[in-house]
Design a protein around this ligand. Structure first.
Ligand SMILES: [Fe+2]
Length: 392
């Protein structure tokens, strides 16, 4: 056993041996990536050095057979307790966002009332929640939508992801709020009676219906301008169906003429639409939806926006439940920036699909056993949950 400096231990990577706090107390075995919180706590506790036993090397391939309920370090148990609390709070906040926006939509359809301050406050509340519950709030595919209508959920989800991306792009906070407002209201034109009917049709649309549908950004622009919303918000809403190659609508603007807010809303709203089930098609899984965006980078969507989306939610998005080669179900837990296709995953079941009471973290695809086989859609995920096979 030798002594090493805490500063030389890299987070989220497998250590080169067993890490010990002292001669007896094991901190982390080599088959588990070093958690950031572990390093944080060691520093808080003023541990400058720890011990390492390099005679025990990582043996990742043996992991699936070894999974057991007790095979988790104290550090992970502690994190799970905090995770459970944060997840619950995030879900409560999410439902509050849905309720508030639903109320605004109802006030608008019934009384033509739409307050700039009210929508700004809703965007601010989301922005604050993003700071406190970032990792869970970004998991829009697994948040419970509590039976709220598609348009309400879609608008809140678009606001959440757009603001997270804007924050990552270091856009100033007041602009981020305006982007959030655009996310919340980008489909407000769809609340018009003629659109409500079109959206519920289970057949393909007639040319006339398509024409009507394509006018919704202009209608939204007029509404928001008349109600006194910031220009950044109503211009972003107007342009949310424009494409980089000029093939979008309503104006057919090319890349350089599309407002940056519109570019963000465009990519994010398509992602959320793809991962949501509709009357005319089932939901797509988050990984396939991200690949759709990547395929259209530079043509339909601004490439920097798609890159920022990958940086914020990952290529296999946070919260996505996946099946891996060894048979385990797992959930994308956290991102490893230098390895977009290899996030850290929380193992939910044993290889023979038995639910695990305690969850350990491993890195996806660090060995053939842990390669991705399939990402699950929202419906597939909730079905497994209702069958008691996974707990997310
Ligand atoms: Fe739209």
């Amino acid at each position: 056993m030798k002594s090493i400096s805490v500063d030389t231990v890299r987070p989220l990577l497998h250590p080169d041996g067993v890490l010990y706090l002292d001669e007896d107390y094991i901190l982390c075995s080599p088959d588990i990536p070093v958690h950031e919180n572990l390093l944080k706590r060691l520093k808080e506790w003023n541990f400058k050095t720890i011990l390492i036993d390099e005679s025990v090397k990582p043996d990742i391939s043996s992991l699936p057979q070894n999974l057991s309920e007790g095979d988790v370090t104290d550090v992970f148990l502690e994190d799970s307790t905090k995770d459970i609390k944060d997840k619950k709070k995030t879900q409560e906040l999410y439902v509050e966002f849905l309720e508030k926006l639903q109320q605004s939509f109802d006030d608008f359809t019934k009384k033509n009332a739409l307050s700039v301050d009210d929508i700004a406050n809703q965007a601010k509340a989301i922005y604050t929640a993003l700071k406190d519950y970032y990792r869970f709030l970004l998991q829009i595919t697994v948040l419970d939508r509590n039976g709220f209508p598609y348009l309400t959920c879609h608008s809140v989800n678009t606001a959440i992801l757009s603001m997270a991306i804007a924050e990552n792009m270091k856009i100033p906070p007041h602009r981020i709020i305006e982007i959030g407002m655009a996310g919340l209201l980008h489909e407000i034109g769809m609340l018009h009676q003629s659109y409500v009917k079109i959206q519920t049709l289970e057949r393909s649309l007639t040319p006339e219906e398509v024409k009507t549908l394509k006018a919704h950004p202009v209608l939204a622009y007029k509404i928001l301008k008349e109600k006194g919303f910031p220009a950044n918000t109503f211009m972003g809403v107007l342009g949310h169906h424009e494409k980089e190659n000029g093939m979008g609508y309503p104006q057919g603007l090319k890349a350089e003429n599309i407002p940056s807010t519109a570019k963000i809303i465009a990519a994010v709203s398509v992602y959320d639409a793809l991962v949501s089930s509709r009357s005319f098609r089932p939901a797509m899984d988050g990984y396939s939806a991200m690949l759709e965006l990547v395929k259209e980078m530079g043509k339909t969507y601004h490439d920097q926006v798609v890159r920022q989306m990958i940086a914020v939610i990952g290529l296999i998005p946070l919260g996505t439940v996946i099946e891996v080669k060894n048979g385990c179900y797992a959930q994308v837990h956290s991102l490893i920036p230098e390895a977009p296709k290899k996030p850290q995953i929380k193992v939910l079941t044993s290889p023979d699909k038995k639910p695990l009471k305690e969850h350990r973290l491993v890195q996806l695809a660090h060995s053939p056993d842990w390669e991705l086989v399939k990402a699950l859609s929202r419906e597939e995920t909730f079905k497994l949950q209702s069958q008691g096979l996974i707990e997310i």
